[in-house]
Design a protein around this ligand. Structure first.
Ligand code: TXA
Ligand code: MG
Length: 330
C-alpha cells in the first residue's frame, strides 16, 4: 500500500480538501473522515436524509445509534446534559478517544435517526479534521466507523474506499490513526460511571479522573447499549483465539516474542508488536486483520494478548471477530 493512494475520491487533508468536505457535508453528502481512533463515515447529524444515507451505505441496522462528533465543549453541551463527572472527563480527555453517553437535551438538534430514538446521545470530540469540519459546519457530525456493518474497521483511506467506494463523495486521507481502535464509551447511572465499550482510553486512566470504579456494562448490563451485539469486526473466515499452535491452512496474528507450534506453516503471519507493546498493537490491529483476511487462509489463529490497558480493547475486538455470525452484528 502506498502512503498516498492515487484515487479520485481520496484527498490528503489540507485547506482545499477540508473546504470541499465541509461543502459536501453541508449538502447532505457522506465523507470519509480520519480520527485518532479509526476512519469515520461522516454526515451532518441534523440532516435526517444524510443520516439515513449512513445506515444505507454501511448496511447498518437502524436501531444502532451513531456517535455525534463536536468541535468543542460548548457544542457538546448544547446536545446533551453534562453532570459533574462527565464534565471532568471531557476536560481531562477531550479531544481524544473518549465518547460520553449523556441525556439528550429537549432542544437537541441531532436528528432522531442518529440517536435511534433513544433519550440519550453519544458525543465525542476527536483530534484531527473531524473537529475542524464540525466547526466549519457549525453543527455536530454523525459518524460511525467507516466500514461495512459488522466487518473490520478502517484505519486507512484505502480501506474506506474498499468497503464504501462510490457511496462516499470524498475520503480525507490523514494516514494511519495514532490510536487505531475505537473510542472508549462511558455512560452514567446517577453518580456511577459505566463502561459501555472498551477502547482507546484505558479504564485505569478514566478511574484516576473520576475517583470511582468504572462499572462494566458488558458483564452486568447496567445500561441499555444497543450496539454491543456479539459478532462484529469479523473477517470472512473463522477466528481462533488464544492459540498455542497454528493449524494447516491458517493465517497467524501474533504478538510479542513467542515461538509457536506450526508458525512456519502459516499461510501468512503478522506480528502486531514483536516487542510486546500494546499501543503499537492497537495501531496495527485492523490493518493486520484486513490484510490476513485477504490472504486466502482458511482460518485465523490469534495468540493470547495481555488483557491490560489497550489490551482490553484489543481483546474485545478480537472476541467479537471470533463470535458466531448468527449472533447478529452492528
Ligand atoms: O472511535 C470511534 O468511536 C469511531 C470514530 C469514527 O469516532 N466511531 C465509532 O462509531 O466507533 P460506531 O458507530 O462504529 O460505534 C458507536 C457505538 C455503537 O456500538 C453504538 O451502539 C454506540 O456507540 N452508541 C451510540 N449512541 C449510543 C447511546 N445513546 N447509548 C449507548 N450506546 C450508543
Ligand atoms: Mg463500528
Amino acid at each position: 500500500m502506498s502512503d498516498k493512494p492515487d484515487h479520485a475520491l481520496i484527498a490528503q487533508v489540507g485547506e482545499k480538501s477540508l473546504a470541499e468536505a465541509a461543502d459536501l457535508l453541508s449538502r447532505g453528502k457522506l465523507v470519509g473522515v480520519p480520527t485518532e481512533t479509526v476512519y469515520g463515515l461522516a454526515a451532518d447529524a441534523t440532516n435526517g436524509e444524510a443520516v439515513a444515507g449512513i445506515f444505507e451505505a454501511k448496511g447498518r441496522p437502524s436501531f444502532n445509534p451513531l456517535i455525534c462528533h463536536v468541535t468543542d465543549y460548548e457544542m457538546a453541551n448544547r446536545l446533551g446534559e453534562f453532570n459533574d463527572i462527565a464534565k471532568r472527563l471531557a476536560e481531562a480527555f477531550w479531544p481524544g478517544p473518549l465518547t460520553l453517553v449523556l441525556n439528550k437535551r429537549a432542544d437537541c438538534p441531532v436528528h432522531e435517526l442518529a440517536t435511534a430514538g433513544l433519550a440519550t446521545l453519544a458525543v465525542r470530540m476527536p483530534t484531527g479534521p473531524m473537529g475542524e469540519l464540525s466547526a466549519r459546519l457549525k453543527k455536530p457530525i454523525a459518524a460511525p466507523s467507516a466500514n461495512l456493518s459488522g466487518q473490520i474497521s478502517a484505519t486507512s483511506a484505502l480501506a474506506v474506499l474498499e468497503d464504501l467506494g462510490e457511496k462516499v463523495s470524498l475520503i480525507l486521507d490523514h494516514g494511519a490513526p495514532s490510536v487505531g481502535v475505537e473510542s472508549t464509551i462511558v455512560g452514567f447511572r446517577g453518580d456511577d460511571t459505566v463502561l459501555l465499550r472498551p477502547g482507546g482510553l484505558s479504564p485505569e486512566d478514566i478511574e484516576k479522573v473520576t475517583d470511582r470504579p468504572l462499572l462494566n456494562n458488558i458483564d452486568d448490563k447496567v445500561i441499555n447499549a444497543p450496539g454491543m451485539l456479539t459478532s462484529h469486526y469479523a473477517p470472512d473466515m473463522p477466528v481462533r483465539l488464544n492459540v498455542d499452535r497454528v493449524l494447516p491452512g491458517e493465517a497467524l496474528l501474533a504478538f510479542g516474542d513467542v515461538a509457536l507450534n506450526g508458525a512456519e506453516t502459516a499461510v501468512k503471519s503478522i506480528n502486531l508488536s514483536p516487542t510486546g507493546n500494546l499501543i503499537e498493537a492497537a495501531q496495527k490491529l485492523f490493518a493486520a486483520m484486513r490484510n490476513l483476511n485477504a490472504s486466502g487462509a482458511n482460518g485465523l489463529a490469534v495468540v493470547p494478548i495481555p488483557n491490560v490497558g489497550l489490551g482490553i480493547a484489543i481483546n474485545d475486538r478480537l472476541s467479537r471477530a471470533a463470535a458466531p455470525k448468527d449472533a447478529g452484528h452492528g
